[in-house]
Design a protein around this ligand. Structure first.
Ligand code: MLT
Length: 409
């Protein structure tokens, strides 16, 4: 008899975005003619930039000729891409990285979910609340948490509430934690941390020998000065942090799949005898065993993001989505909503009117305005009473959605 991994039984229902898809489908069955505007999952709507498409086509052509065909690539990614990542994304910000500190992958969702495998099951993890559910669920599946309690939280996780009282910025944990997940610019609140604020976390991690798992998937949306794009801009972060980056939201790769994770050689974890081990070597060991790299055409396409035309086209994409963010933010504010985010991030976090529950607001918005968003409660207990809209829709739908919220809600 095959026994199951009973940790899966601790997970409530389905994954957040699968539950939303289920509700949309059932609404559509009953209202087949409803013109639904989707501002729920943060999926891009603009096609891949032309420079990226051209590079991918050329790479596919290479794969069609015996003299340029490539089989398995390096598990850690092609040097032509890692080199460009270092030169464009880190060097200009004063961050020096070696090639073997960059790991190309097929997505930050998988990397953030898989990375926890490198840590002992007795580690205590801290997450912001609200939080991108993948960090929590992957640790639940691994058995690093207790059960789901009636507060809507898992035992053995330290939740760091991000509320209006603390400006949606987490306070340092009061008890010692070992693994800290931070996502900035934040999904779902769209808020950022300043360098000084992020430094407090790096200092905490250095003092406590904890590791910060820093998700920077939305860094290209930062508009304001003084907001760190990488945790490695903070002194000492090389000793205690890992950073996840993605081409998904930057260059429209949600369906193409390419991302990268930076694991500095200086980051150490400890065995039960207190001896230190390199996290970089552990991740390399993990990836070489379980992953065969991202396809050559996709990596060639990602490298084109860093060409002058690629940079120009990607900036245009980001400007387009950030213009949507302003339309949503300003429109909601005019309609009397309290709104967070949308300045350095493609997410707008709104307070539901009249203290309405997040899922109730979800249902009302779908029924009255035919708009899909994401209920804040799906991101954690502190998200109850809030709601997330994404700026990744088309301009037309974004404008229509705001008009509908003003007139129908
Ligand atoms: C979201 O909507 O939170 C994101 O699209 C999820 C993801 O990137 O996996």
């Amino acid at each position: 008899m095959a026994l199951m991994n009973e940790n899966y039984l601790k997970l409530p229902g389905s994954y957040l975005f699968s539950e939303i898809a289920r509700r949309i489908n059932s609404f559509k069955k009953e209202n087949p003619d409803a013109d639904i505007i989707r501002l729920g999952i943060g999926d891009v709507t603009k096609p891949l930039p032309p420079a990226v498409v051209e590079a991918m086509k050329q790479a596919v052509d290479e794969m069609s000729r015996p003299e340029t065909f490539r089989g398995y690539g390096p598990e850690q990614g092609y040097e032509f891409l890692s080199q460009r990542i270092i030169e464009h994304d880190f060097k200009p910000r004063g961050v020096e990285l070696e090639l073997d500190e960059v790991f190309i992958s097929d997505g930050s969702k998988n990397d953030t979910a898989n990375f926890q495998e490198l840590f002992g099951l007795n580690n205590i993890l801290a997450v912001t609340d609200p939080v991108y559910p993948v960090y929590v669920d992957s640790n639940v599946m691994a058995g690093r948490t207790g059960n789901f309690n009636d507060k809507g939280q898992f035992e053995n996780i330290v939740y760091l509430p991000c509320t209006e009282e603390n400006g949606m910025k987490p306070d340092l944990p009061r008890t010692e934690v070992d693994m800290i997940y931070l996502c900035y610019p934040n999904n779902p609140t769209g808020m950022t941390l300043s360098k000084e604020e992020l430094k407090k976390w790096v200092d905490y991690a250095r003092e406590n020998r904890s590791i910060i798992l820093f998700d920077a998937a939305y860094e290209s949306y930062i508009r304001e000065e003084g907001v760190p794009h990488s945790i490695f801009e903070i002194e000492g972060a090389r000793e205690v942090a890992v950073e996840f980056r993605s081409f998904s939201k930057t260059a429209g790769f949600t369906g193409t799949r390419c991302a990268y994770t930076i694991v500095p050689r200086d980051v150490k974890v400890y065995d039960s005898k207190g001896e230190s081990h390199s996290l970089n070597s552990l991740w390399l060991r993990r990836q070489t065993t379980k992953f065969n790299g991202v396809s050559y055409p996709v990596q060639a396409a990602a490298a084109a993001v860093f060409t002058p035309e690629g940079q120009k086209q990607v900036k245009e994409l980001i400007n387009y989505y950030m213009e949507n963010a302003s339309i949503i933010k300003n429109g909601l504010e005019k309609a009397g909503y309290k709104v967070f985010g949308g300045v350095n991030a493609p997410y707008i976090w709104l307070k539901t009117p009249d203290n309405m529950g997040s899922w109730e607001f979800f249902d009302q918005l779908m029924k009255k305005a035919h708009i899909v968003g994401t209920p804040g409660a799906g991101f954690g207990a502190s998200g109850e009473g809030y709601f997330r809209l994404t700026a990744f829709g088309t301009r037309e739908n974004t404008e229509r959605a705001i008009e509908r919220i003003k007139t129908r809600m």
